[in-house]
Design a protein around this ligand. Structure first.
Ligand SMILES: [Zn+2]
Length: 307
């Protein structure tokens, strides 16, 4: 199993006191190196402009890549463009591209992209919610457009709704988007009646819901829908901010919940997608929880990985 990352992703610095800080990625990569000896670490390449333009417009590329910045510049109250941001954003999106290529070339069956800034809030036209480019959407579009896959799914268990991913794909029959998330919570999208063209399934959860309701929702609603779609490649927006210690939300999950869900996703991928999964780091803002959850998630991806 491959891990794609790049040191440039630690040089996107939104400034002191910001939750989406470089130490998040240091925590994840250190925890994975400590926990697993056999991971195949790879340096993430840069995404090309053409690859980004599959899901983003020229104006967003120009804003992120071409704006001269000599210090942190707020794009909105949450989202900052700083001197290292463009390179970090290119590497974060490029990780997903490389993961898709390596899996579809048969080099590995699974990959985890340990990258930041996260991506799932970025829409086709706007950076928002700590996200500059929508890394998972860039990767899914690459799988469909470059490799011709007719059915891929993006599963998003970050505690926030991936409004950007949904908006990018909600009229694209090749992509199914499924999400559980806390509501009410930023960005106030992901209501159950948002169904796209039948390719979107949202399961909003109340604050404090905890493990039993989370697992029941996935077991009874989201996983059966994913199964019936028969995705040929599975993407995971792996945010760990639903953990009980996370400072930004209150879903009250534990690392074992992420291990459980990942194992269920691996089983579905095994039945329909030759086991192929691309997972990308999204949120998670308590460093100890982030360590524990990323090890649980990657461990579950690895447990049954025969590649
Ligand atoms: Zn989040």
């Amino acid at each position: 199993m491959r891990i794609y990352t790049h040191n440039a992703c630690t040089r996107h610095d939104p400034g002191p006191g910001h939750a989406e800080r470089p130490l998040r990625l240091v925590a994840v990569t250190e925890a994975l190196r400590d926990a697993f000896a056999g991971l195949d670490w790879r340096e993430a390449p840069r995404a090309s402009r053409g690859q980004l333009l599959r899901v983003h417009d020229d104006a967003l590329l120009a804003l992120v890549l071409d704006t001269p910045v000599d210090g942190p510049m707020a794009l909105d109250p949450d989202t900052v463009l700083a001197p290292g941001s463009a390179e970090a954003a290119l590497r974060a999106a490029g990780a997903g591209i490389a993961a898709v290529d390596s899996i579809l070339h048969g080099d590995t069956r699974r990959a985890f992209c340990a990258v930041r800034p996260p991506g799932h809030h970025a829409t086709g036209t706007a950076a928002m919610g700590f996200c500059l480019f929508n890394n998972i959407a860039v990767a899914a579009a690459h799988a469909c457009d470059k490799h011709g896959l007719p059915r891929v799914a993006v599963v998003d268990f970050d505690v926030h709704h991936g409004n950007g991913t949904q908006a990018i794909f909600d009229t694209d029959p090749r992509v199914m988007y499924l999400s559980s998330h806390q509501m009410p919570l930023y960005p106030d999208t992901g209501y159950a009646n948002e169904r796209g063209i039948g390719n979107v399934l949202n399961a909003p959860l109340p604050p404090g819901c905890g493990s039993p309701e989370f697992r029941r929702t996935w077991r009874e609603r989201l996983l059966p829908t994913l199964e019936s779609f028969r995705p040929q490649l599975l993407f995971i927006s792996a945010g760990f901010d639903a953990h009980r210690n996370d400072p930004l939300a209150q879903l009250e999950l534990d690392a074992d919940d992420f291990r459980w869900l990942t194992t269920e996703l691996v089983a579905i991928a095994a039945r329909h997608a030759h086991g192929r999964i691309v997972s990308m780091l999204e949120g998670g803002y308590d460093l100890a929880a982030l360590r524990e959850c990323s090890v649980a998630h990657v461990g579950a991806l690895l447990d049954t990985d025969e590649a």
